[in-house]
Ligand binder design. Sequence first.
Ligand SMILES: C[S@@+](CC[C@H](N)C(=O)[O-])C[C@H]1O[C@@H](n2cnc3c(N)ncnc32)[C@H](O)[C@@H]1O
Length: 261
Amino acid sequence: MTAAPPPADPHAARAGSFNAVAARYAANRPSYPPALLDAVEELAGRPLSGAKAVDVGAGTGIASTLLHARGADVLAVEPGAGMAAEFRRALPHIPLVRGDGNALPLADAGADLITYAQSWHWTDPARSVPEALRVLRPGGALALWWNTNAQDVDWIAEAAGRAGRSLGIDVAAEQRKAGERVEQADPSGRLDFTRRTIRWSRRVPIDTHLANVATHSALLVVPEERAAAFLEQERAHLLEVFPDGVVEETYDVLLVVARTP
Ligand SMILES: C[S@@+](CC[C@H](N)C(=O)[O-])C[C@H]1O[C@@H](n2cnc3c(N)ncnc32)[C@H](O)[C@@H]1O
């Protein structure tokens, strides 16, 4: 059997780019801090324990795992075959259906909470907003969040500059896009979002950090040899800042939550 040809649309190519690296993604991407889940509970106006939660664009299950651990009754929704397979391998106790946020394969008014962890921007809000409103019960909540690199941390800003010079990745533009994702989460204005930013950090071996960088869609669409050469140069730069080989990654999670009337 031959592999499916990559989609011609660059947005679709990036949205689907994770599937080929699902196992690496699961092993190396950062999770989310407990303070994020506290904020989701506060802004949703209910505990996660016992909530019927639909985690859309669930990927390999990083957010689903945390929701489940807080006692939510989680149903994961994921369009990508590779991500869904990794999810099912690692989390056989959490149900997953294949589907996407623009056409949720779910009944009306059955969910207390819908979450999109780093995945709302792959949807078309003209379709995903009405879908979320259809699937949420009255008084339910839609929570969207993104881990973003804290650009005021010197080494992170320097690494972003190198990515720009070596690979043509415009990190400032990517960062602006992250802000716009939050500002324009619902261009129709039907949802009244409350915003929070939660800073956190993790210390990881340099190999984990580089493998995490390698799973970002901006790098996944760069030719493999160029990406590999870039990552080796990064290793040398980072060992100057972190000579013990343990990298402190700092993130700002941008969170928006809207409740339905
Ligand atoms: C950056 S990953 C996030 C995965 C996971 N939520 C996490 O926090 O690690 C983005 C996910 O969105 C999925 N995705 C792509 N297009 C989507 C769509 N239209 N609706 C929902 N999810 C989508 C991708 O397959 C991928 O699993």
